[in-house]
Structures are given as C-alpha cells and as structure tokens.
Design a binder for this molecule. Structure first.
Ligand code: ATP
Ligand code: MG
Length: 316
C-alpha cells in the first residue's frame, strides 16, 4: 500500500508532543481510519529518504502488542507515518479520565508491554527507547499496543541532536551516557506502573511544568518539586527510586515487580525474566499471545467503559 498525502482526510487532532503532531484521518482509497503522525526534521533530503526506507521495517512487525503500520512518506519536508488508529488512545489521556488503574489493568499493561518489548527485540533487534504512558495505547477491546519505538537509526540520530529525546522516563544509566540496552525500557515500564498505580509522579514535581510526568498527576507533596529538567535528571541518577508500599493497599507482587524494574542496571531483570515474575503468574507464555483468561472479561469491560466515558456516555 503506497499512501499519498492528498488521499488522507483530516478527521480530528489527537494530540501533539515534542516531536510532532498526530491526527485521526480517513484514507479515501481504502476507507480506513488511520492515525497520521507528522514529524518535522531539519535534515537533508538524503537523510529523510533514508528514514523512510528504515521505517519500512515496521511493515514486518506483526504482533498484537505492536501498533499496526500502513506506510510512511515525505511531504513538504515532513516525515509522515500512517499507523493503526487505536480508539481509547494513550494511557496518559486515559489516566486523566479514570485516575489510578486497578490491579488487573496494571498486570495486563505490564504483560503486554513486556511481550511487545520481547517481540521487537527478539525478532527485529529493536529497543523501544521511549516507553511512557503516551506511547502505550489501549483499544476498546482491551488490547494494549506499543507505538513510537526506535525503528529508524537515522530518525533516532536526527532527534538526538535536539533536546527532544530527553524524557523523564529515561533510566539512570542512559542519563549518565552509558550503553543503552533493553533494560532501559524496563526502568521506564517501572516508572510508568508506579505512576499509573499511585497517581503520583515518580520523582516529585508537577506535570506539565519542569517535570512532565503523566499529565494530570499531582506532585507528591512530600517530595520537593524539581527546579528544572536538569535537576530532575540529577535526581533520577542520585536518589533512591520511588516504591509502592503494601501499607497503601498494593499487593506484595506489584510492589516487588515495580521495585525490580527500578533497580540499578546490573541488578535489573530483563523482559524475559520479568514475564516469569509472580505478579504475572496468571498470564500465559508471551508466545501464546493471549490475555489471561482470568482477567479477560474484566479487561474488556474496563476498556469498553473508558470508551463510553470518552464519548460522554454512562459506564456499564
Ligand atoms: P512525545 O512527543 O514527547 O513523545 P507524545 O507521545 O504525547 O509525546 P506524539 O507521539 O506526537 O506525542 O502523540 C501525540 C498524542 O497522540 C499521544 O499522546 C496519543 O494520545 C495520541 N496518539 C498517538 N498515536 C496514536 C494512535 N495510533 N492512535 C490513537 N492515538 C494516538
Ligand atoms: Mg508518542
């Protein structure tokens, strides 16, 4: 499928981040609804063409935990990526509607994100590099899908020249400029789970300001608000990572799981090891690509209700 800019009709703006803008669009020839991401990159045309070539690997990514890909092209100096539209949107947006997530959704998210990371790495040697709530999507059937992973070396390089690649979900070893491996994504998953469970931003501070976390979160009043992004990065490196406490009503399995994700690199398990953790004991082996039968109906019902709230209907 070769998509042309003029075949896409804008339906709705879905949001924009540091790197670009995402819109819900209709592809006229196929009548398919898609999500279109437009990224402006100040790079030579050869580099831009190289990015488009590299993005083609996404055609080969075929997993229920990875966003579907329709195609990418250059348009008026922008890189345009057409991907599957996921109807409930990203976890940061959902969090603003629902508040802290129930335990079965945290399990399902952890299981799906780890399965997606394992798929990308084992099949395509891709490290995600940007796991955070806005890059994890939920559909109204309850599927969790990863997007915005580092497929294109040139795209990563082009963005690394700016401050854009700096995220508060970055692991301490990455902030310190060490080698970056798949365990960096595990750290990011741990921070994300901490936030989605507690409703608190992991290293203090208010979202949207100096320390953007899950938007809509209040900073923990016990923790001083970081003065700047550099202050925050320094804290990630120097301070003890946050932890969930059983005394706040979390299960011991969840507390231990998050703690493992937030260990220093050498003690941190990799995704394969974490999939065997007792927090995920009710989920099948990742290769079977199934949601746990035990939670399937809870997950579906929860996702359906998110969609109903988004449409302004009462929950069921
Ligand atoms: P950053 O640029 O810092 O990574 P971000 O991930 O929020 O932040 P974008 O990747 O540009 O920025 O995405 C903007 C918003 O669009 C996301 O927050 C998400 O809610 C929405 N979005 C992205 N992809 C899709 C998709 N395939 N289906 C539905 N919504 C999407
Ligand atoms: Mg994104």
């Amino acid at each position: 499928l070769s998509i042309k800019a003029e075949e896409l009709v804008m339906l709705k703006k879905l949001g924009s981040g540091n790197s670009g803008t995402v819109s819900k669009v209709l592809h006229l020839p196929t009548q398919k609804t898609m999500a279109r991401k437009t990224i402006h990159i100040d790079a030579k045309e050869v580099i831009q063409s190289q990015i488009i070539r590299e993005l083609r690997i996404m055609h080969e990514c075929d997993s229920p935990f990875i966003i579907g890909f329709y195609g990418a092209f250059l348009h008026e100096g922008d890189v345009v990526i057409c991907m599957e539209y996921v109807d409930c949107g990203s976890l940061d947006k959902i969090f603003k509607l629902t508040g802290p997530f129930p335990d079965f959704m945290l399990k399902h998210i952890a299981y799906s994100v780890l399965s997606g990371l394992v798929y990308l790495y084992d099949n395509h040697r891709i490290i995600h590099r940007d796991v955070k709530p806005s890059n994890v999507l939920l559909d109204s059937k309850g599927n969790i899908k990863l997007c915005d992973f580092g497929v294109s070396r040139e795209l990563i390089n082009s963005m690394a020249d700016t401050f854009v690649g700096t995220s508060t979900y970055m692991s301490p070893e990455r902030i310190q400029g060490g080698v970056y491996n798949i365990k960096g994504d595990v750290w990011s998953l741990g921070l994300m789970l901490y936030e989605l469970a507690s409703g608190k931003f992991a290293f203090g501070g208010a979202p949207g300001g100096a320390a953007p976390g899950v938007s809509g979160l209040k900073g923990d009043p016990q923790i001083k608000t970081p003065d700047s992004i550099l202050d925050l990065l320094q804290r990630i490196v120097n301070e003890r990572p946050p932890s969930l406490k059983e005394s706040d009503g979390y299960t011991p399995e969840l507390c231990e799981f998050v703690e493992l994700c937030l260990k220093k690199e050498k003690d941190r398990p990799d995704p394969h090891e974490l999939l065997k953790h007792k927090f995920l004991a009710d989920f099948p082996e990742p290769d079977s690509l199934k949601v746990s039968a035990k939670y399937r109906s809870d997950i579906k019902k929860w996702a359906k209700n998110v969609r109903r709230v988004q449409k302004g209907k009462p929950t069921k």
